[in-house]
Design a protein around this ligand. Sequence first.
Ligand SMILES: Cc1cc2nc3c(=O)[nH]c(=O)nc-3n(C[C@H](O)[C@H](O)[C@H](O)COP(=O)(O)OP(=O)(O)OC[C@H]3O[C@@H](n4cnc5c(N)ncnc54)[C@H](O)[C@@H]3O)c2cc1C
Length: 398
Amino acid sequence: MRTQVGIVGAGPAGLLLSQLLARGGIESIVVEIRSRAYCEARQRAGVLEAGSVQVLRAAGVSQRLDRLGLEHGGIYLQFAGERHHIDFRDLTGGRTVTVYAQTEVVKDLIAARLSAQQRIEFEVTDTEVADLDTTRPVLRYTSAGGKRTEVNCDAIAGCDGFHGICRPAIPASVRTVHECDYPYAWLGILADVPPSTDELIYCHHPRGFALHSMRTPQISRLYLQVAPDEDIGAWPDERIWDELRRRLALPGWELKEGAIMDKSITPMRSFVGAPMRYGRLFLAGDAAHIVPPTGAKGLNLALADVAVLARALTSLIRGGRADLADRYSGACLNRVWRATHFSWWMTTMLHATPGAGPMEAQLQLAQLRYTTGSRAAATTLAENYVGYPPLKLNPDTP
Ligand SMILES: Cc1cc2nc3c(=O)[nH]c(=O)nc-3n(C[C@H](O)[C@H](O)[C@H](O)COP(=O)(O)OP(=O)(O)OC[C@H]3O[C@@H](n4cnc5c(N)ncnc54)[C@H](O)[C@@H]3O)c2cc1C
């Protein structure tokens, strides 16, 4: 088989890339190890930067997002029994974020690809990439029906997440890795109950961090800091609500409870692999970098990578120009490191490190008071949270 771009992974990065390439007249195939139903139900991120919304609009997949997305103009920081609003509109000249679940982004993209008769092969096995340092890289996979297929491509996009096969296909001699694991994880629930708050609440507490987020006006998403090796079986619903009530408590405010529809534990990690390109293999999203979810950056970084990559691949394949492809990795890594720092900063300011003692808590409280008390410090948080300007590589500028 022959296609122009072979895409590994039908997460937000792979699907959006396929959609953007099609709009530039580039043909692709997406291969995915999971089923369509699994991809569409996998609970993950839910906050879109304005730049991500713009990219999804430009890709022609924003009809439901424009109708159902919830515009948010700030967050609350809660600590020491106080809740402070960080007003993004005021601090950043009117900028906001949009609450719209990753599950919905994925559903919108899959529907758009399939309605355009584009190929997404779900439930493949034994995905392999080869001949990456040639101009005809190869993608191989076994389809759900058991047929082994080899696809000759002009380029391959590794959008296969942190545990995928593409990043390890880059020779170790040319790869650099920076990583740190955090000594805690997030227990996340999706609850069938209207949010008890108008904006997300990020809560510092001696018992550990808690976050009240939401997905729709009817569905809440809440998180608790737990140990990285925590057993989800040790957390019956009543224990989760009890712990959320304790950590998020504020006089005069009540946490509404409802049926828990989904429950999972997510480890917390920072990881940056470089370069994001080897020959004709280009990595995007979690395949190249991971941030802890505290800064709501993972999904946004994946979409931002892909917006740049689509342009670079179109220029390479249709225009025969390699300059944008050559600049892809360096340009994306600048944004990735900024988001990695912000995510680390939010995480270490808000979580209780096991065994750290009272000194850490006092330093965190000092930073939280400064962040909520100083316009300059609040603006730093707000600017990073609402996101960075769109990255546009142009062929004729350095
Ligand atoms: C449990 C969890 C919770 C998260 N919560 C948040 C959050 O609250 N906020 C936030 O901003 N970010 C969050 N993130 C991060 C965010 O969801 C990711 O950054 C985002 O999904 C990245 O998109 P992606 O397309 O790069 O990767 P993914 O969404 O991981 O997609 C990769 C796809 O590749 C497929 N794949 C893997 N290996 C192969 C293979 N060998 N062959 C074919 N296909 C393959 C996978 O099945 C998957 O569908 C969370 C991540 C996880 C894991």
